[in-house]
Ligand binder design. Structure first.
Ligand code: AMP
Length: 283
């Protein structure tokens, strides 16, 4: 496994692999890797000849009030565990490498970027699209692997790929959870033991929604209300949003009678956690 920090070197290494006829898989991450990230890495290693994992805490996707300096980092640990997974290249650029002085170009997927998480994090998806597009250009992967944990991100990136006539394919993989149901997230490290317990209200809310749908209830408003009630019964939780939306347009839907996404964001103290479930999903 080789590690690169420079775009030119990363590009040259991938080009060399391409010349040998190898297929390339990309797993973009912000590091502090956990089993959720590793599920993407393992899928890429299984399905492609040459897996590239990028680790970059992307400043353009953080809002001024979100403290990027506090984002958890442990590059040594990340590189060590990637070394055991059959990864070919790790790309760890500095901020100045991705955004040199005078950088001016950003990519926006209009409308989709303003829904769900975009409402409370304006500019977030512009930053995500910009950095992922840059990574796509540098790595020139055949397939890129993303988690359902960030379904809105995957929906937006698929639209960007379609609109910009790109050929990279996106694969979205299921959410990896702790035994108790908590979705793995680098942000979970911010939680105290008490907050960690409180954070289970997210998955409890989603399970309630699943139960209602199984019981034949279809009205989104009724389901959302019940999910909110479950979350509100947890004193440490403050709801950012609970929505039921169409999986392509991300528009709210009134009735759960087709493939749809139930997505939520909840503050546990200062930590904003997201989770979701897709209903009626067929591969
Ligand atoms: P991040 O490092 O948080 O930017 O995440 C990098 C990738 O890992 C994204 O595609 C996420 O959706 C994915 N990911 C994060 N958490 C999980 C999880 N619990 N299960 C599966 N994928 C995840």
């Amino acid at each position: 496994m080789k590690t690169f920090t420079k775009i030119s070197e990363m590009r040259a290494a991938v080009l060399e692999a391409r010349k040998k006829g190898l297929s390339i898989g990309l797993v973009p991450t912000m590091g502090y890797l956990h089993e959720g990230h590793l599920s993407l890495v393992r899928e890429s290693v299984k399905k492609t000849d040459c897996t590239v994992v990028s680790i970059f805490v992307n400043p353009s996707q953080f809002r001024p009030n979100e403290d990027i300096a506090e984002y958890p980092r442990d590059i040594d640990h990340d590189v060590r565990i990637l070394g055991k997974e059959g990864v070919t290249f790790v790309f760890i650029p500095e901020v100045e490498e991705m955004y040199p002085p005078g950088y001016k170009t950003y990519v926006e997927v209009t409308e989709l970027q303003d829904k769900l998480c975009g409402r409370s994090r304006p500019g977030h998806f512009k930053g995500v699209c910009t950095v992922v597009l840059k990574l796509f250009h540098v790595i020139n992967a055949d397939v890129a692997f993303f988690g359902q944990k960030d379904t809105q991100q995957a929906v937006i990136l698929k639209k960007m790929i379609q609109d910009l006539d790109m050929t990279v394919r996106i694969e979205v993989l299921p959410i990896v959870r702790e035994k108790n149901g908590l979705a793995l997230s680098s942000r979970n490290t911010y939680l105290s033991p008490e907050q960690r317990k409180a954070a289970l209200c997210l998955v409890r809310g989603l399970r309630k929604a699943g139960q209602m749908i199984e019981d034949g209830i279809r009205e989104s408003a009724r389901i959302i209300q019940q999910v909110k009630d479950v979350i509100r019964s947890e004193p440490l939780a403050e709801i950012d949003y609970v929505e039921i939306v169409d999986l392509e347009s991300l528009d709210s839907i009134k009735r759960v009678d087709k493939e749809c996404l139930i997505a939520l964001a909840v503050f546990i103290g200062k930590v904003r956690l997201i989770d979701n479930v897709i209903f009626g999903y067929r591969e």
